[in-house]
Design a protein around this ligand. Sequence first.
Ligand code: BV8
Length: 261
Amino acid sequence: MSDEPAVPHIPDEVLNLARAARHVAVFSGAGISAESGVPTFREVQTGLWEQYSAQDLATPEAFENDPDVVHTWYRWRASLIQGVQPNPGHLALAHWQQRLRSSGGTLSIATQNVDDLHERAGAEVLAHLHGSIMAHHCHECGAPAELTTPQYDGAQPPSEPEEPPLCQVCEQGMVRPSVVWFGEPLPMEDFERTAEAMRAADLILVVGTSGLVQPAASLPLLGMERGTPLIEINPESTELSDAMHHRLRGPAGEMLPALMQ
Ligand SMILES: CC(C)NC(=O)[C@H](Cc1c[nH]c2ccccc12)NC(=O)[C@H](CCCC/N=C(/NCCC(=O)O)S[C@H]1O[C@H](COP(=O)(O)OP(=O)(O)OC[C@H]2O[C@@H](n3cnc4c(N)ncnc43)[C@H](O)[C@@H]2O)[C@@H](O)[C@H]1O)NC(=O)OCc1ccccc1
């Protein structure tokens, strides 16, 4: 019995689709960062503020009512993300992107994740549909702002919430993470660019997402207009599973390297 981790079984039909693809479009969610140690949105801790769900905290209202709590929660998540590494799932997509580009093909990545693990794996990301936790701007005037990422350890946000810094430009507004909160519109150009990539693809991968958050979750379905094969990679079934042609039920960190072999 070798100690090599067993390569998950991928049906030949799916392997052939991956080998034949020239223009792959990837739609990723929190599940692809789970094996790096980034809790998925459904799992992420709100610590002392457990009376709030992640979805409650990720709103402009929560920031206006409780700026210290929301600010500190995002700083804690940023420090957690800074402390982890891309996993074989991120790395496989970066390698596949390079391989296709070197033979005149394309692989585009549109992610719902606010982390920078795709980029740190060496991939170019087409769109961060829900923004980036490492970028900041003023909640009032929109001016960009620079914040260093603190080093928090511990599985919970720190108990003493800190207040968000004041904008250096308008000296009125509070600095916030440049993420898209619930009730806020997605950056239109990112949305349009992703829709274009989904329509132009000859293979679409839906990786590590519950497909619960709109309007992003409707983007991969744009491929159906042209009968583009849709492959889901997720240990569990999701809102999108019924629309998929193939479902690889396993962790992205194992399935993606196997799919590229
Ligand atoms: C929850 C849902 C019902 N609500 C919405 O969708 C709302 C409201 C809404 C709009 N249209 C609708 C239509 C129907 C119903 C509701 C709506 N949408 C909005 O508010 C959007 C904005 C939504 C964006 C919210 N921001 C996020 N993130 C940034 C912040 C932050 O991160 O803090 S969403 C956030 O949650 C989402 C979580 O989803 P997933 O990534 O899928 O993660 P999840 O935890 O759910 O699942 C993990 C999956 O991974 C799998 N997995 C686990 N381990 C692995 C593994 N190892 N490998 C592979 N897979 C794995 C699991 O099985 C699971 O399936 C991500 O997108 C993430 O970015 N804005 C808007 O509509 O604005 C309008 C508007 C228009 C014009 C003008 C004004 C307003």
